[in-house]
Design a protein around this ligand. Structure first.
Ligand code: FPP
Length: 235
């Protein structure tokens, strides 16, 4: 692994918690808890490697259709984890940011995230972007709506709409596009994650289930990334 060629932004679809739990004969929530430990490890590795942004797909806009108990369990897990980890995040100089529609998130969970974002806002190291009630298509539609509102209110002429002006209205505004997008658990699809932003991301798939994804696994993904040649449509 070449230290000078570490991606600026890594995005991860953390898949396979449920299957991990099933294999252990445990309830699905035990898989999500084990997933949190893997998140901690990934954050540590990104801090050490001086990655600027790590985006994790923590709860998609489609995940509400899961059994009610599982959704509740995940929402409570966020509250518990954030309260416990905020000190360590500050010690690591990690800034937490949210993308997604927070308006539909239960108030306790929303408050826990808002508190964590506020508490870490001044940090200057890794930015941990948590995608929560996030869906790429929904985010694009919300950006289109903002463009239309700005046009109606006279703040933007239709002719001045370009890719930059559009991206500035996505919830990822100000965040560089991901260079590397990782998905665990053997599935090979985007599942509505960062549809606009991942246009030129290198995709990396591994059969490992998210709770098993270690620092070593991340380093392996980086080695593969560094072996790819990124041409952005050129030669
Ligand atoms: C996917 O596995 C995982 C999730 C939908 C939830 C992931 C959430 C965490 C790991 C917690 C993140 C923690 C913080 C602090 C943000 P799955 O349930 O889809 O697994 P399966 O495909 O095997 O069923």
């Amino acid at each position: 692994m070449i230290r000078e060629d570490v991606p600026r932004h890594i995005a991860i679809i953390m898949d396979g918690n449920g299957r991990w739990a099933k294999r252990q004969g445990k309830p699905r929530l035990a898989g999500h808890k084990a997933g949190v430990a893997a998140v901690r490890e990934a954050i540590g590795a990104c801090v050490e490697l001086e990655v600027d942004y790590l985006t994790i797909y923590s709860f998609s806009s489609e995940n509400w259709s899961r059994p009610r108990d599982e959704v509740r369990g995940i929402m409570s897990l966020f509250v518990e984890v954030l309260a416990k980890e905020v000190r360590e995040l500050n010690e690591q100089n990690v800034r937490v940011q949210i993308i997604g529609d927070m308006s539909a998130v239960p108030v306790k969970t929303r408050r826990a995230f808002n508190d964590c974002c506020a508490s870490t806002a001044q940090n200057t190291g890794l930015t941990l972007v948590v995608a929560l009630n996030y869906g790429g298509r929904g985010d694009i539609v919300a950006a289109v709506r903002r463009c239309m509102e700005d046009s109606v209110s006279g703040n933007m002429k239709p002719a001045s709409l370009n890719q930059e002006a559009f991206a500035a209205r996505l919830s990822t505004a100000g965040i560089p596009d991901p260079d590397l997008l990782i998905r665990t658990s053997g599935e090979q699809r985007l599942s509505n994650f960062l549809l606009w932003e991942a246009a030129y991301a290198e995709l990396y798939f591994t059969d490992e289930l998210w709770p098993d994804f270690s620092r070593e696994s991340l380093l392996q993904a980086l080695v593969e990334y560094q072996g790819r040649s990124r041409r952005y449509g050129g030669v």
